[in-house]
Design a protein around this ligand. Structure first.
Ligand SMILES: Nc1nc2c(ncn2[C@@H]2O[C@H](COP(=O)(O)OP(=O)(O)O)[C@@H](O)[C@H]2O)c(=O)[nH]1
Ligand SMILES: *[C@@H]1O[C@H](CO)[C@@H](O)[C@H](O)[C@H]1NC(C)=O
Ligand SMILES: [Mg+2]
Length: 249
């Protein structure tokens, strides 16, 4: 009985992963992504929590999240809803403030990332990185299910940013990442953008602060259920945000 403690793997036992899932109209997707995460982290013997940040989705995503919390428990499913749609960047920051893990994983709730959630923390352990970013533009990464317009927007955004800011990472707008919590906090302190440009600014600032960045190739599979929230407005504000960063960094 006395040896109980020493039979636990030491390295893993101190690490806790807080997975942030921002949702806006993800009623159909949420149960499956949550189940996949619970299965993976649970079976792997990890310490973890899933923080769902719903922005008043009209489709009733929050009610689904409450059901999931009843099934899986309040220590595993943490709900941090907000009244209305306030943007992705601030949703991450809001979720982060309630995170109890020393690592933060951010991912989309629409199953675009589910297959690869398994590799990002291993990559972190390999190199002790401050930040690991999923990349669609290296190795066997890729994008599936997007039309030409959407591919051009993503490629264009990446290209423009590479040229203007030379951030030293291949996928700047992707939203599958792992951060050390203290690193994310220090980046957020300096971050000025709120929408889609947030992801890019985080990488650019990480490079400025000399944080180490690892990359894992990912296949991004476009959502089956629901609609993308990327519209003309986000594109305009992305370019505006990019130019602001270019002017101020
Ligand atoms: N809380 C919150 N989540 C959002 C907001 N906008 C998008 N999301 C979520 O962020 C993730 C990515 O959004 P999505 O529309 O799929 O972007 P895309 O994959 O680039 O087309 C999904 O889980 C969305 O439900 C927002 O304003 N607030
Ligand atoms: C980052 O590294 C560069 C080159 O070594 C150095 O000049 C710069 O001051 C460092 N920046 C910070 C914020 O530590
Ligand atoms: Mg999506």
């Amino acid at each position: 009985m006395a040896s109980r403690k020493s039979s636990q793997p030491k390295r893993e036992s101190r690490d806790k992963y807080s997975v942030l899932l921002p949702t806006y109209n993800e009623r159909e997707n949420l149960p499956l992504i949550v189940w996949l995460l619970l299965k993976y982290f649970g079976e792997g013997g990890y310490d973890y929590e899933i923080i769902i940040i719903d922005d008043g989705s009209p489709d009733g995503t929050l009610e689904v999240a409450e059901q999931l919390q009843k099934i899986y428990g309040k220590d595993k499913i943490v709900l941090r809803p907000r009244e209305k749609k306030l943007g992705l960047g601030t949703a991450y920051i809001h979720g982060m403030k309630h995170a109890t893990g020393n690592f933060i994983i951010i991912m989309d709730a629409d199953l675009s990332h589910h297959v690869i959630s398994y590799f990002i923390h291993r990559k972190q352990k390999e190199g002790g990185y401050d930040l690991v970013s999923g990349t669609r533009y290296q190795g066997n990464g890729g994008v599936y299910g997007w039309d030409l317009r959407r591919k051009l927007i993503s490629r264009g955004a990446n290209f423009l940013t590479q040229v203007l800011l030379r951030p030293g990472a291949s996928d700047l707008t992707g939203s599958f990442r792992l951060y050390k919590k203290n690193v994310l906090e220090s980046l957020v302190e300096r971050c000025v953008s709120k929408g889609y440009v947030f992801q890019m600014e985080m990488i650019v600032r990480a490079r400025q602060l000399n944080y180490t960045i690892g990359e894992v190739p990912i296949s991004f599979v476009d959502r089956v259920y629901g609609e993308s929230k990327l519209g003309g407005n986000e594109i305009v504000s992305f370019v505006r945000g990019l130019l602001t960063l270019f002017a101020t960094t």
